[in-house]
Design a protein. Sequence first.
Length: 387
Amino acid sequence: MIHFTYLIILALSITFFVMACSKDDSFKLADGVTLPLAENFVKDIDGKTVSLYTLQNQHGLRADITNYGGRIVSLLVPDKDNVFDDIVTGYHTIDEFIQSEEAYFGALIGRYGNRIGQARFEIDGEEYELNANNGPNSLHGGPGGFHNVVWDAEQPDGQTLVLTYLSPHLEEGFPGNLQTTVTYVLNDDNELVISYHAETDRATHINLTSHAFFNLAGEGSSTINDHFLRINADHFTPVDESLIPTGEIQPVENTPLDFREYHQIGERIQSDHPQMVYGNGYDHNFVLNPNNNSDELNFAASVYDPVSRRKMEVYTSEPGMQFYGGNFLSGNEVGKRGEPYLHRSSFCLETQHFPDSPNQPGFPSTLLLPGEEYYTTTVYKFSVKSD
């Protein structure tokens, strides 16, 4: 009965989408775009049911999200001609996500986004050993992180999805029973708003983010090197050869990491700067410049595709953002359009606290104590760049 209900919801959503297209001849899907089917995401994992949920706003923007890892499965956004394309990398079946070599397509990341050096940290003199999955380091919460769990889901309306998960004490080595709620809202300002909330019963470290991979020319397009990117950061946190921060905060000036003005992503990609060599390109945390109004989200970045003119802006309450340029995509994974996901064919802008903060006393703290509330919000705003 539950599965049948989801099929009805999907049918109504597709009907609405088709009706919108029929009312406006200028509104259409790009060639090769197909909508995901709810039936391809019905699966039981660890005794919990995986499903697909659709959000759609009054302008036709649409997000499909599965409660398996909170993954953004597809995101339809218009270009300068009002042609809607899917701009996120991923798959149209749950089995493809499970079997993929790329573990993080579209996923929620936790308990700790990015790397923790040597997969360990101390709290009040007690050492916690995490599950290493990136050489000797812990990456994105470990192999059994939030990207690999089934979240409880509730959809209160057609533009909102609420996911909840109780991470038990010492899951992946992290202390505390952590109750987490993540809310997705696709509002009528063409913003995908992701809000994260968590509470713990003992001191722990937490750093949640979304690992959506974007290509504003449409998923499956061959490169993002021609995209123009601007990042609101005067500084970054340099890393060593294993991509663990050195603990320093350095200026971006006179480095290939200076995106204070728009630059094409591929413009300086072949630089022999040590940071570019260590990351095999861009895979760095930027220290966002704070705004002067604590009540407003901080502008983090802006990126646009010069052909489609699709533009995405990022706003966040987080102090940092990881810019990852798809350096480790190999072409082995074939996406929703039947095209391989090639080297640097998508990018990520992951809002966050800094990598390895539990072991870097000079970085903003990621420690969450009992009685405190972890709360952070990130907004991805979509528009068409004017000429």
